[in-house]
Design a protein around this ligand. Structure first.
Ligand SMILES: NC(=O)C1=CN([C@@H]2O[C@H](COP(=O)(O)OP(=O)(O)OC[C@H]3O[C@@H](n4cnc5c(N)ncnc54)[C@H](O)[C@@H]3O)[C@@H](O)[C@H]2O)C=CC1
Ligand SMILES: O=C(O)C1=N[C@H](C(=O)O)C[C@H](O)C1
Length: 251
């Protein structure tokens, strides 16, 4: 058996999965041992000796796929969205039964998006108001995006830690949805527009000034270095890691 890392891609015909297949094939230290689409047998992962499964499917499929991987000691790098506290708790239970297996869930694999989350959390305590706007291609199934949800959670946690007051908002009447979704007290707005891929703005406002932090993923290639890094690191990191920032030296 070669010393290359044996990697499988789940969701191999999807928008990001197809790009991940190419990235794994091009990585000198990796071997693509399986590229599974909807309906393909998960047993292929065990039969091909996959060490890491890159999971890029749908919120409806991801839990079943991870259940199989963890039961077979296959590490997983997960980009699929739809993570709730309940799902994370279930995943934690499965990992407790397979203590050497690692799972990385990355709301976003691009370095710019990871930095956006970090900068937004750093800035959040210094401004009275903060809102998140995410903008995506119109084929995206979920809203708000996993990245925007995570960004808002990090902002809210930073503000709570700093003892910030609730945001000013005088709205008492209007149409449902006009103020976006409420994620831990942070309004999150989702745009779906032909021509876009994956974009996010964090708008912060204080007395007489605003700060806007914006990130644009212009191609699915922006996610590939993060996926490859995740695959290399997850084999050395048992248990659940939530967020690619834990595998980056961000200081
Ligand atoms: N974390 C990140 O950086 C990124 C995450 N994503 C997320 O990845 C997921 C996929 O996104 P897209 O590729 O745009 O969607 P997509 O709809 O183009 O691809 C999903 C693919 O998974 C397949 N699939 C469904 N169930 C499956 C199963 N059980 N086994 C194997 N394949 C299965 C579908 O047939 C489809 O081909 C979404 O949740 C999206 O939000 C997308 C881009 C970046
Ligand atoms: O569906 C997408 O395209 C993306 N999904 C992820 C998310 O929901 O945050 C990551 C990125 O925004 C692209």
């Amino acid at each position: 058996m070669s010393s290359k890392l044996r990697v499988a891609v789940l969701g191999a015909k999807g928008r990001i999965g197809a790009e991940a297949v190419k990235a794994v094939e091009a990585a000198e230290d990796m071997e693509l041992v399986a590229a599974l689409s909807r309906g393909d047998k998960l047993e292929t992962l065990a039969e091909t000796g996959a060490q890491v499964a890159v999971e890029l499917t749908t919120p409806a499929s991801v839990m079943g796929n991870l259940d199989f991987c963890i039961r077979h000691g296959i590490h997983a790098v997960v980009g699929t969205t739809g993570w709730t506290e309940d799902r994370l708790a279930q995943l934690g239970g499965w990992l407790a039964g397979s203590p050497e297996t690692g799972v990385l869930i990355a709301p976003n694999f691009s370095i710019g998006a990871v930095l956006t989350m970090k900068f937004a959390a750093q800035a959040a305590r210094y401004f009275e108001s903060v809102e998140v706007v995410e903008l995506h291609h119109p084929h995206k199934a979920d809203a708000p995006s996993g990245t925007a949800t995570r960004t808002a959670q990090l902002i809210a946690a930073a503000r709570a830690e700093a003892g910030c007051a609730p945001q000013p908002d005088a709205t008492v009447t209007g149409l449902d949805g006009a103020r976006g979704a409420d994620v831990d007290g942070v309004p999150v707005h989702a745009i779906r527009l032909r021509g876009l891929l994956a974009h996010q703005e964090v708008l912060l406002g204080g007395e007489g000034e605003t700060l806007t932090i914006r990130h644009d993923s212009l191609h699915h290639s922006s996610f590939m270095p993060g996926i490859l890094l995740g695959a290399r690191r997850v084999t050395q990191t048992p248990g659940l890691t939530f967020g690619l920032e834990h595998f980056l030296d961000l200081g």
